[in-house]
Design a protein around this ligand. Sequence first.
Ligand SMILES: *Cc1c(COP(=O)(O)O)cnc(C)c1O
Length: 303
Amino acid sequence: MLIPSPLEVIKFPLFKEKKINVYVKRDDLIHAEISGNKWRKLKYNLIEAKAQHKNTILTFGGAYSNHISATGAVGKIFGFKTIGIIRGEETLPLNPTLLQAKKDGMKLLYVSRADYRKKNTAEFIEKLKDALGDFYIIPEGGGNKLGVLGCNDIVNEIDIDFNYILTDCGTGATLAGICDVLKETQKAIGIPVLKGGEFIKDEVKLLLGDTYSRIESQYSLIKDYHFGGYAKYKPKLIEFMQDFYTQTNIKTDPIYTGKLFYALVDLVKKDYFKVGSTIIVVHTGGLQGVEGFENRHGFSIFR
Ligand SMILES: *Cc1c(COP(=O)(O)O)cnc(C)c1O
């Protein structure tokens, strides 16, 4: 595993023209199966599981989930048994995400969408304990308080001064962890990858508790880059990802980071950032999901 993740300058003609310095925090390089921000969210949960002498980790996710993939891989590396509660029916052959999780030793249990919605109730969890024995539970996506703590490290590892830091948002846990440790002069921008991302504010507020009022004015959500919703895309997103890869040699994924980098370039074009600004973009990972996306849609993004 590559920790601390590298910080690299991006050479992109537009950024030079606009006199903006852009660096990428390459959390995508942490590990091939452990999507960057998922490692951040798992780390302190694993330490806590060890402290509680639990040797099994149970978590939840959809069939293409970066979090499921990451949990399977950390289980193998750090010697935990892992159980993934997967939303919906089993589809065979297994998609690349679930196949890899299974190879990593994860036990996969499928539950109906209706049951999946009850996954956080005491009753549902008791039933699981009766059937499976004791386990340490990590919520879907890994976004609990320990997950937020791990995301503090993204900023703490950065050893240069910067004005803005950009991340993509699913639940907002990563954004919360970033905001938590910003200096007063720094701003965070969250790019929701799903429609109706306003709820992310409530999530950040809930996760940060008393800290929230201190950082409230230091972050914003820019909700114009969801491309129709979660896992939805438009041809111009794919074209952008291909072009960005050709120019920078950085691969992105269509669910999360493609939308993030698209937003970055678009905002620079629109002069959102002051001349001379230094911007950090967090490449949160997600590349394990590209193959599954390509199989579902019948085309390949990167040849
Ligand atoms: C899960 C994920 C996110 C979303 O993170 P949140 O903390 O839920 O906002 C962003 N990028 C990638 C690549 C992810 O896998």
